[in-house]
Design a protein around this ligand. Sequence first.
Ligand code: NDP
Ligand SMILES: N[C@@H](CC=O)C(=O)O
Ligand code: NA
Length: 384
Amino acid sequence: MSSIIFRSFSTIHRHSLMASQSRIHVAIVGVGLVGSELVNQILAIPQQTSPFSLISLSNSTRTLTNPINPGSDWRSALAASKNKADLGALTKQLSDLVAQNKRVAIVDNTSSDHVAALYPEWLRNGFHVVTPNKKAYSGELSLFEDILESSKTSGGRFLYEATVGAGLPVINTLKEIVASGDKVVKIEGVFSGTMSYIFNEFSTGKPDGPDFSSVVAVAREKGYTEPHPADDLNGFDVARKLTILSRTISAFSNSPTNLPQLQSFKTVQTASLIPPALEGIPTGDDFISRLPEHDSEFAKLRTDASAEGQVLRFVGVVDAVNGQVKAGLEKYPVTHPFATSLGGSDNIVLFHTERYSPRPLIVQGAGAGAAVTAMGVLGDLLKL
Ligand SMILES: NC(=O)C1=CN([C@@H]2O[C@H](COP(=O)(O)OP(=O)(O)OC[C@H]3O[C@@H](n4cnc5c(N)ncnc54)[C@H](OP(=O)(O)O)[C@@H]3O)[C@@H](O)[C@H]2O)C=CC1
Ligand SMILES: N[C@@H](CC=O)C(=O)O
Ligand code: NA
């Protein structure tokens, strides 16, 4: 009896020891809405079986470099940390771990261009990079190419599922479609959780309803918007997602496509919803407080659509046959699935491919919010 107890104890001990030795050392940069939810999701994995050691947390001013364990008050510890945020020092610390044959992943939960520009260096150092930040893969073509090349050379993986559709399996589905030899004809859908929420609430087919500015304010309170909500309303967030999809097709396909080589998301044909008088307002708070001045303009769009038996929806298209990538506000009949089947922050993505024809492969569900976005990031970490 005692030897059985001893054996099972030593087996558990051996497994935990093996798990702790091969654990991936995870450093998290950005612990705002998504980042703090990610920390909580990682710490909720039972310690004995967790494949992760959380070794560092940073926000824009401070870094915490002690191991972060379940039950710890990491927010207070980070706020009290004497270490200034220093991504150079963090890179050095993580490189030392790689030199000791430790596996390292760095997660960027910021929306910073500056942080995104560091991915090639991180990958070349042998770190895996996981992110919901769209800036790198939708920015300058040279950065995208540098990331691909650095990852290929070092074996460090770059995973970005949460950049499109938050936790929904959009990027992984697309990679498997093209890598398995299928050909994308067209991807279309509602790619913004914010725009989806706004128009699902604002435009239901009736001539009236809530004020536009009030639904935008609620979308922000629910954590769907970008740190600055204008980055959603100007269509840039959707343009970035379409750029990421378009580049993913080109990078993982076995055969050439007609898609243009986008120099950046700025070359996507995009219709902005920002009233000209509100262009360039520096803070999200100021933008939200000025938006009510333009409610009547949006109310007119809703009344006009309703008079035609239509609703307003902000959609995006990557047309791989005609080589077009575009985003804008469109009208759909009240009977169309974009009018009848979407609620909350739902995204819907229709993959029209040679195999999925004439009926597309459809992915649908919440496309924004901290819980589902952090899940998308954690899913990528688990793939490592
Ligand atoms: N919200 C959502 O539904 C979704 C979000 N995303 C993406 O997830 C990312 C995070 O979004 P969200 O959590 O809402 O954003 P937040 O603004 O809530 O959090 C951003 C975090 O990044 C930190 N940060 C900013 N710059 C730096 C820097 N240079 N170095 C270190 N830390 C920095 C901020 O620090 P501090 O607190 O000190 O300012 C903060 O902790 C964005 O890229 C967004 O596009 C993707 C899919 C869905
Ligand atoms: N602001 C974005 C967040 C997810 O990418 C959205 O609304 O979809
Ligand atoms: Na996703």
